[in-house]
Design a protein. Structure first.
Length: 110
């Protein structure tokens, strides 16, 4: 089973959720929407590069735009290994938490 860090998991979920619109700014916004945490560009670039090198994500250059001074956006998408890793971590977490909410509720009502 693939074990992802929580940060990797959040990035992969964000990229998957954004679909064709997953690039730096939108990924940061999606992470904030999901977690309430603001990330810097520098921190996500390093993490995205590591996920790319591990084979979990792919990246492609978009068309250059005048608004960005002729620079291209880098778009990200999940590769099959990234989808598999997310599926495994979701099943692992479900198994880990199986029955815990009921026990929490019972312990809190004492």
């Amino acid at each position: 089973m693939t074990i992802l860090s929580r940060a990797d998991e959040i990035l992969l979920v964000s990229i998957l959720s954004l679909g064709e619109n997953a690039y730096g700014v939108t990924i940061i916004e999606e992470v904030f929407k999901r977690t309430g945490k603001r990330l810097s560009f520098g921190s996500i670039w390093v993490s995205l590069d590591i996920l790319y090198k591990k084979g979990y994500i792919d990246k492609r250059l978009g068309d250059p735009t005048p608004r960005r001074g002729g620079r291209s956006k880098i778009y990200y998408s999940l590769k099959p290994a990234g989808l598999k890793a997310l599926d495994e971590i979701a099943r692992f977490q479900k198994s880990l938490w199986d029955g815990v909410p009921d026990r929490l509720k019972a312990a809190q009502s004492k």
